[in-house]
Design a binder for this molecule. Structure first.
Ligand SMILES: [Zn+2]
Length: 262
């Protein structure tokens, strides 16, 4: 079998998938089982989405035996990577695929949330679309429930459809213990130690809304999923009178920030 990575170094591997997942930039992918790849049912519809489908599939499953020139070879190689990505999106929502991605998640293979209050929560890759060539992969933080761009430019160009829009949610459905508590802590803007009125008023208003929501959920017996319940709320009220810009009506989220001489 040929060396697929002739450009970079002499790292010769005999199996295409080994080579693919160990290549730089492909760290987000897990290895798809031979068994899964050779079951035609799992590949339904992909023959119309991938150029040179059969050659590409042969390459991925290590039975490629076609004498062709370098240009053609390059085309087939490209198709094989695309095919692998499309099958990957299907594979990672299967029992075995989920387990493999869970292991990678535990090792923080997809990176950690850059938000300070998220305490290095591991991220999961996800697509904003299930259709190929629509948008690149994003990273999802289950603690702040927000999306981030991958740090590395090598990862930032991977097609989001190779992970899909559902995988990250399915993983937490199947492994609920992996779901982190929701982040309740947030950054409070201060000027020389004093809270700024508008931001503080907004935070207080949002805090009240959240408490109201938690109370309603508690009444109907639904787990709220917030971290360290009730602890934060007390401490917030203590230094209310230290706010900069006091004198504005309380609980008015849109009020302008005013810093008086004190
Ligand atoms: Zn986060």
């Amino acid at each position: 079998m040929d060396d697929f990575n002739s450009e970079t170094d002499s790292d010769y591997t005999s199996y295409w998938r080994d080579w693919f997942i160990s290549s730089r930039g492909n760290e987000y992918f897990c290895e798809i089982d031979e068994e899964y790849l050779t079951d035609r049912f799992n590949l339904t519809g992909l023959n119309t989405e991938v150029q040179y489908y059969q050659y590409a599939l042969d390459l991925v499953t290590d039975v490629f035996d076609f004498d062709c020139d370098d240009d053609m070879r390059e085309q087939i190689e490209k198709s094989a990577r695309h095919l692998y990505g499309l099958v990957h999106a299907r594979y990672i929502v299967t029992t075995r695929g989920l387990l493999k991605m869970l292991e990678k998640f535990k090792k923080s293979d997809f990176g950690k949330c850059p938000r300070v209050m998220c305490d290095s929560q591991p991220l999961l890759p996800m697509g904003q679309s299930d259709i190929a060539n629509t948008s690149p992969v994003k990273l999802y933080c289950a603690r702040c429930e927000d999306l981030y761009n991958p740090k590395s430019s090598r990862h930032a160009v991977i097609d989001g459809a190779y992970f899909g829009t559902s995988f990250h949610n399915i993983l937490f459905q199947v492994y609920p213990a992996m779901l982190p508590p929701k982040s309740q802590r947030r950054y409070e803007p201060r000027v020389f130690g004093f809270k700024m009125h508008a931001a503080a008023a907004l935070a207080r208003w949002q805090g009240e809304q959240r408490e109201g929501m938690k109370e309603r959920l508690r009444k109907v017996g639904i787990e709220t999923g917030f971290e360290n319940e009730d602890e934060e709320v007390e401490s917030e009220e203590e230094d209310d009178d230290m706010e900069i810009g006091d004198g504005f009506e309380q609980g008015q989220p849109g009020a302008a920030v005013a810093i008086h001489d004190r």
